[in-house]
Design a protein around this ligand. Structure first.
Ligand SMILES: NC(=O)c1ccc[n+]([C@@H]2O[C@H](COP(=O)([O-])OP(=O)(O)OC[C@H]3O[C@@H](n4cnc5c(N)ncnc54)[C@H](O)[C@@H]3O)[C@@H](O)[C@H]2O)c1
Length: 324
């Protein structure tokens, strides 16, 4: 298996994760070797100014083929997806983009003999019929959201392409991702980002989940680290491929609120659960990531305190400068 990762295409590069992953990949592999792409033609300056950006709809297989050829791509990070909350409002769109988009990437990877494909999964892959605490790597997957259904099917597709075609395809089940650069794209854990914006603006936060909803979360620094470390791991050391559990911290809205209050004592919150509560209630509290720790040495850097401190530092500065 030729496993070189030298010419990289990021699909969904201006989303919450793609916007930061693209910059890290450019640091590691060179600005000109990492092509950013998205269906939206509005890359932020940081992405537009230091490398190439292409507008691509992942549903258009031939356009994707042209871009792969044009830039001599050997590896793809495929991040384009419809997330949980948006997916529950339009399940058909969620299925189309998440499944058919991934199939286009996987089929082109086989046809064009690409070296490596990374497609993230999500903690939404589990459903209600699973242990809530420290859910195991190989526990049963019975999601009740369309997003979760597409994530399970996506994992199975990737594993199928590994065994059927010998494709080097990897993926990890992100928990809720917390970041200060790009706003999240319509997921059930978005509250854990929104809350910081209210805190630095001195506004009361209206939380769409109830106060005791425990969910696994991860700071963006760790999300990027996990993605890059898995992508760079020796394929021969991997027993799993498309579905690695990764964990960093778990907390409830109330615990996060209390953590923020240590820095902002006047901060206020009210809980007004909406349709996202039902999605959150079907998810697990915490994740056992021992397979990732064993197979590619995964270890997170940020806990709730370190994450909260960093989020407040960065967003306070942005607010002072009129950027948010
Ligand atoms: N952010 C999280 O908390 C989280 C948690 C678990 C899993 N994930 C997974 O991580 C991956 C990236 O998520 P994200 O949070 O960055 O999502 P996001 O919604 O912020 O970004 C997705 C990007 O894909 C683009 N896109 C949508 N449809 C497209 C299409 N047809 N063609 C090309 N681009 C298209 C969007 O414009 C957007 O910029 C997804 O697979 C998601 O399921 C994210």
């Amino acid at each position: 298996m030729n496993n070189k990762m030298e010419r990289i295409l990021v699909i969904g590069a201006i989303g919450q994760i793609g916007s930061e992953l693209t910059l890290e990949l450019r640091k590691r592999y060179g600005n000109n070797n990492v092509i950013a792409s998205d269906v939206r033609n509005s890359p932020p300056p940081a992405i537009k100014e230091n490398g190439i950006f292409e507008t691509i709809d992942v549903m258009d297989k031939e356009a994707l083929r042209t871009i792969i050829k044009k830039h001599n791509i050997d590896s793809i990070f495929h991040l384009a997806a419809i997330l949980s909350a948006v997916g529950e409002k339009d399940p058909q769109l969620c299925w189309n983009i998440n499944i058919n988009g991934s199939l286009n990437v996987l089929n082109l990877a086989v046809e064009m003999k690409l070296n490596r494909i990374i497609i993230p999964s999500s903690m939404a892959a589990w459903g209600k019929n699973v242990e809530k605490e420290n859910v195991k790597q190989d526990s049963v997957l019975q999601p009740t959201s369309m997003y979760g259904v597409t994530k399970v099917a996506g994992e199975l597709l990737c594993d199928y392409y590994v065994s059927k075609f010998g494709l080097d395809c990897r993926g990890l089940r992100y928990p809720g991702i917390i970041s200060h650069e790009t706003l999240p794209g319509g997921g059930t854990t978005d509250y854990a980002v929104d809350i910081f914006y209210s805190a630095v603006k001195g506004e009361k936060y209206k939380c769409f989940l109830s106060e005791n909803t425990m969910l696994p979360m991860m700071f963006m620094g760790d999300c990027i680290k996990a993605t890059v470390e898995l992508a760079e791991a020796d394929f021969n050391n991997l027993i799993h491929h498309s579905n690695f559990n990764v964990a960093a911290m778990s907390f409830t809205p109330k615990q996060l609120f209390e953590e923020i209050k240590k820095f902002r004592p006047d901060f206020e919150i009210e809980y007004v659960p909406d349709f996202r509560q039902e999605i959150a209630d079907s998810w697990v509290y915490s994740i056992d990531d021992s397979a990732a720790r064993k197979e590619w040495n995964w270890k997170p850097d940020y806990d709730i305190t370190a994450m909260t401190k960093r989020m407040l530092e960065v967003l306070t500065e942005k607010h002072k400068n009129g950027l948010i």
